[in-house]
Design a protein around this ligand. Structure first.
Ligand SMILES: O=C(O)CCC(=O)C(=O)O
Length: 227
């Protein structure tokens, strides 16, 4: 069982922690339905990523502040917890490509450290394109190159240049829906290819310590201090 001290120690050592079954099947059904509505009304055509679910949906606004998530984040961000933004990321029968290996800090270079909470709304396995991470990779420095449209579906622009690590550190996160993977913005991660062509809907919420807005933050209208 995860306790605050194992959570903090594991996160520091590995760059991520997995907490299984935080949300019920019923909650996942409701959130998946809501994700489909947000995608329908606010998603770009053919896109598999939709930023700002909490801007459009009270269900996702509530999820961002849910005590089951926030209680896990308190010890990881002891200065306080500020929600920055969230996004729906899905794979499906039509969109099966693997999210390429990257670190999120490539997308917000020069800003304060952040972590993200990845919550699948379908049961996830290698077959339907679950998240994979490289344990301990947040301790290293990484560089990026522009991803080609073909390998990223045109949506993931930053790809790790130097994919060299111990294969034993690659972890495929096969977990029930409603679980959470909490990971550092310096952790190398990507996804498996969705060879099953089955739904894999996820909500990813990003947090950092409360502070005056950096200019990067201003594009996210749902940002707010939670703790
Ligand atoms: O859910 C995924 O495929 C990973 C998404 C991801 O890594 C990201 O949006 O930064």
């Amino acid at each position: 069982m995860i306790t605050p001290s194992t959570l903090v120690g594991d996160y520091a050592a590995d760059g991520y922690v997995v907490v299984e079954s935080l949300f019920t099947d019923k909650e996942c059904d409701t959130l998946k339905q809501e994700a489909c509505e947000v995608l329908k009304n606010h998603g770009a055509a053919n896109a598999t990523v939709c930023v700002g679910a909490a801007v459009h949906s009270s269900a996702f606004r509530n999820l961002a502040d849910d005590p089951r998530v926030i209680d896990l984040l308190r010890p990881l961000i002891p200065e306080g917890v500020m929600f920055l933004s969230d996004k729906i990321v899905f794979k499906s029968g039509e969109n099966t490509f693997a999210t390429p290996w990257h670190i999120d800090a490539f997308y917000w270079a020069g800003t304060r450290p952040k972590l993200s909470v990845w919550i699948p709304l379908d049961d996830v396995s290698a077959d339907n394109g679950t998240l994979k991470v490289v344990r301990g990779s947040h301790h290293r420095e990484w560089t990026s190159r522009r991803g080609s449209g073909e390998e990223t579906g045109g949506e993931f622009g930053n790809v790790i240049t130097d994919e060299v690590w111990d294969a034993a550190d690659e972890v495929i996160c096969e977990i029930p829906r409603g679980s959470a993977v909490i990971f550092s913005d310096r952790l190398v991660h990507g996804s498996c290819t969705n060879t099953a062509s089955a739904d894999r809907y996820t909500i990813i919420s990003t947090y950092h310590a409360p502070a005056a807005d950096e200019s990067f933050d201003e594009q996210f209208p749902a940002r707010h201090v939670v703790v």
